[in-house]
Design a protein around this ligand. Structure first.
Ligand code: GDP
Length: 316
């Protein structure tokens, strides 16, 4: 049965859970129904700011997410979380291994957490996580997508989230080097967690700040923000929530829909390439043709963009 959009919009947890089960159904026979439902949801619902949290294993992403949720709840902001674990290929379930799970008050009606296994990022799952984000974005004020920043998921999150938050810990030279060398795209917000290690955190902060000031930021563009947090001491979360809010406001001013559509197109092309390979791209008429097709289409969401590309393949 199709989930009730009204109840989802009201943020009813039961309706959200039902909708997530509905859109995660990977049976081909369900696809048309799911797309229809998502299109209706898209038309009739608000869309929350989507915040991606990524970073190497062990820097404290789940601890930090827990603390951020607390801060947001104190501000009266409802939060939906999609926690993606790329290491859980082995089993069907979302295995969180040794990572501390995200902690929250289960009786709180304003928080909803869904764990997902990224598995091998087969088309079905990539689409499922995208759909989950869309459902959550209709139900809550803010959506967090949390994933371990290894390989694919890192670039994925840049294209999925409106606001990208990258977490490092003091003394983790490699990541800082990556950032400075421009290997990685500069995230919107850089978080130095474990700032209770004061000396190291201060050095990491100055180091990063120094390197970021050399990067040119065009007028009107977002200036990346560096925030220090300690998930154990619970410090820095006020500032972090402010930075997220500021980025959200900047996006609104910039035109969030256009920003999101560009990201959706980029994500769809990357996901299609992963699924079909370079050969598949050629068979579908080449990257340039596909991009043009996306630009000229009505496709606005991640799923719609990917669907359009997949249709090219079956048509060709
Ligand atoms: P994740 O793998 O990035 O999700 O990291 P976790 O949240 O599981 O944390 C990894 C380890 O770092 C755990 O042992 C946490 O207790 C610890 N940790 C997390 N945040 C902090 C912090 O702010 N300060 C300190 N000292 N330890 C932290």
């Amino acid at each position: 049965m199709e989930p009730s959009i009204e109840r989802i919009r009201a943020g009813e947890k039961g309706a959200v859970a039902q909708a997530l089960n509905f859109v995660e159904d990977i049976r081909p026979a369900m696809r048309a129904d799911i797309e229809r439902f998502l299109a209706r949801l898209e038309e009739s619902a608000r869309r929350a700011q989507v915040v991606g949290i990524t970073g190497p294993p062990g820097v404290g992403k789940s601890s930090l997410t827990s603390a951020l949720i607390r801060e947001l709840r104190q501000r009266g902001v409802s939060v939906g979380v999609v926690a993606v674990d790329p290491s859980s290929k082995r089993s069907g379930g979302a295995l969180l291994g040794d990572r501390a799970r995200i902690r929250y008050d289960v009786s709180d009606q304003g928080v909803f957490i869904r764990s997902m296994a990224a598995g091998e990022q087969l088309g079905g799952l990539a689409r499922a996580s995208q759909a989950a984000v869309q459902v959550m974005a209709a139900a809550f004020d803010l959506v967090i997508v949390e994933t371990v920043g290894v390989g694919q998921s890192e670039t994925d999150i840049e294209d999925i989230a409106d606001t990208v938050l990258f977490v490092v810990q003091p003394g983790s030279g490699d990541t800082l080097q990556f950032l400075k060398a421009g290997v990685m795209e500069i995230p919107d917000i850089l978080v130095i967690n474990k700032a209770d290690q004061e000396k190291l955190a201060r050095r990491a902060y100055l180091d990063l700040k120094g390197s970021l000031t050399y990067k040119e930021v065009a007028e009107g563009d977002w200036h990346p923000v560096i925030v220090r947090t300690s998930a154990v001491q619970g410090t820095g979360f006020d500032e972090l929530a402010d930075a997220i809010g500021a980025h959200g406001q900047w996006l609104e001013k910039r035109g969030r829909a256009a920003h999101r559509r560009l990201k959706a197109q980029r994500w769809a092309l990357a996901t299609f390439t992963r699924l079909a390979g370079e050969l598949g791209i050629e068979e579908a008429g080449g990257r340039k043709r596909l991009l043009r097709l996306l630009e000229e289409s009505e496709a606005a969401t991640h799923r719609q963009c990917l669907g359009l590309l997949l249709d090219q393949r079956s048509a060709g």
